[in-house]
Every structure is written in C-alpha cells, then in structure tokens.
Design a binder for this molecule. Structure first.
Ligand code: ACM
Length: 270
C-alpha cells in the first residue's frame, strides 16, 4: 500500500488559489492514501468566526468535496483533507474523507487548540471508515492535529478497529513528530501525519508551522520524516501488516480487553 502526505504552505484566506495548488500537487499521484494538512483551503489563523464564515464550506455539498471526489476517482486515490466546515451558524474544524467511489464521510476535531476555541464548535464523535480500495478494505481512523496529544483518541480509534490513522495537522508545538511513533506502537497501527509549513500572522501574533510530516509503523519506525521546509507529495510503500502479538505471552488486543474489562474498571478497591 502506498501512503502519502502533502506538505505545503496554504495561502491564508485564499481558498481558490489553495484549490489550484492542491489540484496541481495531486495531479500525478495514483493508487495511494493521501493525507493533506488541517484547514488546507483557508489557512489556520482566525480569531473570530465571522472572519472565517464566508470561507468555510458545507460538507459534502461544497466545492472542495466535489474537487477532491473528482481527483480521487480520476487518480484512484483515497484522500483525507482538513477543511473549515460550516453547518448552519456553526463552524467545525473538519476532515473530509473521499475514495474513488465518492464521499466516505467526515470527522470533526474533538480537541480544539488555542484560539480555535474562539471559532469552532467541538466535534463529538470518533469514526473509523471502512473503505474498499485496491481490491481490499482499509480501516481508516481520522484525527486532527492536537487530538494527538490525547492518547485516548488514537486508542479510541484502535478500539473501533482502525489499522491506519490519517492525521491532518497544522502543528506549531514541537512535540508531535516525536510522539507519533509511540501512538503507532502502543496501538499497533500506521499513522500518517500531514503537517503544513510556513507562517501566518494576525494583528495580534505570528504562528510558525513546523512541517516535519511523519508516517509511522506499528514498530515505532519512521517510514517517512520530512523537514520543516519540504514541500510536495511524499510517498512510502509498505505492507499493512498488523500482528497483535507483542510477545509469545502478550497479545495487544487481548491485553486491552483485559485492561478495560477486568483490571481497571471492574476491580474492587482494596
Ligand atoms: C493544532 O491543533 N492545530 C495545533
């Protein structure tokens, strides 16, 4: 299976130009899962919902979902991309999932970071998408950026059956690229973190995004690790091979079940 990230510098508040940039980057990529950054069409820094509302889109009826579905079908790729979603008066920091068959679903970010709390409503649901692709089925969990900080999110996706976690991001803190191999190891799944690069400013501050997109294996390996400057689509080829065994005596799935059902929640306090 080919796993890919698009790392680039979205142009702040210029949705149409970002459509074109994304279309150009994805034009030659085929037969892959491709993850794009968080808020890939609008940029990141908004301090007031009114600033963002006219740039946000409905999902799946908006233009960007349509563009992604078209590329996905033409190039035979599964795409996960961040977008600012509007539904009625509300805004969500959302990821769209499309496959060559069409729209697969969306995930709304649960753990809002910093000034996102001034703009977006919280997502409330974790989903794993079962997608028919390349003659098999992929079990794709989705989380967005700061969700990585809360191990419950990746574990929740594992408990719902995820084998691969797509992770659109706009990271500004330095820690996530170090943590992702451990998220992959402790949950025995593959992770694909697509981060953006560049800077954005408002009258109040400037944010610098760290790049360093990473793809990690259940053995805590970096299959891909980009720099803070790399731009473009970067791919790795890997067999999705998830063996729940840790040792001869330890099987992760059984250990997790015992942890939750016997050792943690149903033991009496002594
Ligand atoms: C983040 O959640 N965008 C850091």
């Amino acid at each position: 299976m080919k796993l890919s990230v698009l790392q680039f510098n979205p142009i702040h508040k210029n949705v149409k130009l970002n459509y074109t940039i994304i279309q150009n980057y994805l034009a030659n990529i085929t037969d892959s899962i491709v993850v794009l950054p968080e808020l890939a069409t609008t940029g990141y820094l908004f301090e007031d919902p009114e600033e963002l509302y006219s740039l946000a889109e409905e999902v799946p009826s908006g233009k960007f979902t349509e563009i992604l579905m078209e590329i996905s079908k033409k190039n035979n790729i599964v795409i996960v991309s961040g977008i600012a979603e509007k539904e009625g008066e509300n805004l969500y920091n959302t990821a769209i999932i499309v496959s060559p068959k069409g729209y697969e679903g969306k995930y709304r970010k649960i753990n809002l970071f910093y000034k996102e709390k001034l703009v977006f409503k919280y997502g409330k649901e974790l989903s794993v998408f079962k997608i028919d692709f390349l003659g098999g089925q992929i079990k794709l969990g989705v989380m967005i950026c700061f969700d990585w900080y809360f191990p419950e999110v990746c574990r929740g996706l594992k408990l719902k059956g995820a084998e691969i976690v797509a992770h659109p991001a706009n990271l500004v803190l330095p820690y996530c690229p170090m943590a992702m191999p451990i998220r992959a190891l402790e949950n025995k799944l593959y992770t694909i973190t697509a981060n953006r690069i560049g800077k954005e400013s408002s009258p109040n501050e400037e944010l610098k995004f760290i790049g360093q997109s990473v793809i990690c294996s259940p053995k805590a390996e970096y299959l891909l690790k980009l720099s803070s400057e790399d731009q473009g689509v970067f791919c790795v080829e890997t067999n999705i091979n998830i063996d729940p065994k840790i040792t001869k005596y330890n099987n992760l799935d059984e250990e997790i079940e015992k942890l939750y059902l016997e050792r943690l929640f149903f033991t009496k306090n002594s």
